[in-house]
Design a protein around this ligand. Sequence first.
Ligand SMILES: *[C@@H]1O[C@H](CO)[C@@H](O)[C@H](O)[C@H]1NC(C)=O
Ligand SMILES: *[C@@H]1O[C@H](CO)[C@@H](O)[C@H](O)[C@H]1NC(C)=O
Ligand SMILES: *[C@@H]1O[C@H](CO)[C@@H](O)[C@H](O)[C@H]1NC(C)=O
Length: 237
Amino acid sequence: MLMAVLVVLLVLLLTKAGFSQSNDRDDNKNVPIAVFCGTNAVISVPNFIKNRNSTYNDLRMQILSQRVLYARAQALSAGDSVFAAAQCRNYLSVDQCVACFDAGVSELVNCTSGNGASVSFDNCFLRYEDFADFYNNPYVSEDANITPNVLCGDQSASQPTVFNQVVDGFLSDLKDATPKTSNFFVASKRQIAGGNATVYVTAQCIANINQATCQTCMDRAYDKLNDCLPNREGRFF
Ligand SMILES: *[C@@H]1O[C@H](CO)[C@@H](O)[C@H](O)[C@H]1NC(C)=O
Ligand SMILES: *[C@@H]1O[C@H](CO)[C@@H](O)[C@H](O)[C@H]1NC(C)=O
Ligand SMILES: *[C@@H]1O[C@H](CO)[C@@H](O)[C@H](O)[C@H]1NC(C)=O
């Protein structure tokens, strides 16, 4: 269930590049991290696609005209209702957000045999379902059996002992801090003591969920990302 996992993107990067505008794909090309096409039945494919398009247009318009980084939209006409949501990381401009959203729309174009899909990027996610419950609880699973997604890098830190120690503490602080922020978003960095490396982290919960749901996600993220150590990179969503 890539789906449930969308709750949070937690990225830790050990790089010298600024974390706020780039990712390990460095050039912001909006390469998808994970794509999920659901299996809930569609009654009329043309009508489903029409509803889906309508939510896409609505989401895009909200991002652009209201200058927001999170939007929801629904289209209920003639059955095959579509409930959609998109969110960008807080460090993006509106233009960058729209670019990521558009990449998401393209990525899901062929998900037409079921009503429900999601795509995750470092910079944003886009999700739609034939139910609205996921707005308040991203973990709800009324579609395929979606499970949290963890992606570990494949390069080990050069000083694993101190790296593990610093990153474990960093992730622990992040897990406690993120649900307490007003926008459920933290971006931070920390030096590896005695070394010349810096670790960068970003954490974000979906807008408008409650603090407890954000905390649940962060707790899972902390556990799962610890398993990535001493890899220099990890993502949980
Ligand atoms: C939905 O949008 C796509 C891409 O913009 C377009 O090709 C297609 O014709 C639209 N479908 C409907 C039913 O509006
Ligand atoms: C969608 O399907 C078309 C036709 O098979 C294919 O060319 C295209 O690459 C697919 N797009 C994605 C994002 O998978
Ligand atoms: C610091 O970086 C230099 C060059 O990358 C490397 O040779 C050196 O071993 C590093 N020092 C430590 C303590 O990791």
